[in-house]
Design a protein around this ligand. Structure first.
Ligand code: SF4
Ligand code: SF4
Length: 171
């Protein structure tokens, strides 16, 4: 078979538009790509890990890292919807193909660590202030209860008639 027999097809393909589209440039609206985390916002609370139905996310608070296993992720978006800091999002690009299962690990940023420490310090101070206020309230309530009791003990003594001195026996 010579190339001449394909000449019409070849000429047609040379002048016509491609029948395929560039997926990389044309993601449909609502495409759920891989999960992305803004480590400037993440406080490592672990809620995303708890909510993930496939256990694709793990948190290491000691190492201050957030990890995801992309091969386990089913792009359900549950973690994104439950993140209290809105640090998670669904990237619209599809996951890069790979030949091995890898876990991607991201370290919490210095900015996020500082913000988290400031929040914890403020929370501790609020708790200490609340405890001090409660203790002061309890002490005030105790004083208020003790005062009437002391008055009640003192009152009968003051109102009791003076006892007559015992008569001396006659000789
Ligand atoms: S991504 Fe969001 S839900 Fe997950 S640990 Fe970070 S702050 Fe918490
Ligand atoms: S999108 Fe769904 S499966 Fe993927 S990490 Fe988030 S919760 Fe887990």
């Amino acid at each position: 078979m010579s190339i001449v027999s394909f000449k019409n097809t070849i000429l047609h393909n040379l002048v016509s538009k491609p029948k395929t589209r560039k997926v990389e440039k044309e993601f449909p609206v609502g495409t759920r790509g891989h999960v992305e985390n803004d480590m400037d916002l993440c406080v490592l609370c672990g809620l995303c890990s708890i909510k993930c139905p496939t256990h694709a996310i793990s948190i290491d608070k000691a190492e201050k890292t957030w990890s995801i296993n992309p091969m386990s992720c089913i792009q359900c978006r549950c973690c994104v919807d439950n993140c209290p800091k809105k640090s998670l999002s669904m990237g619209v690009r599809f996951q890069e193909p790979g030949t091995e299962k890898i876990t991607k690990t991201f370290k919490q940023s210095e900015k996020a660590i500082a913000a988290q420490e400031a929040l914890m310090k403020a929370a501790k101070e609020r708790a200490a202030a609340a405890a001090a206020a409660k203790a002061a309230q309890a002490a005030a309530a105790g004083n208020a209860q003790a005062a009437p009791a002391a008055n009640a003990q003192a009152a009968p003594a003051a109102s009791a008639p003076a006892q007559k001195p015992a008569e001396e026996p006659k000789a």
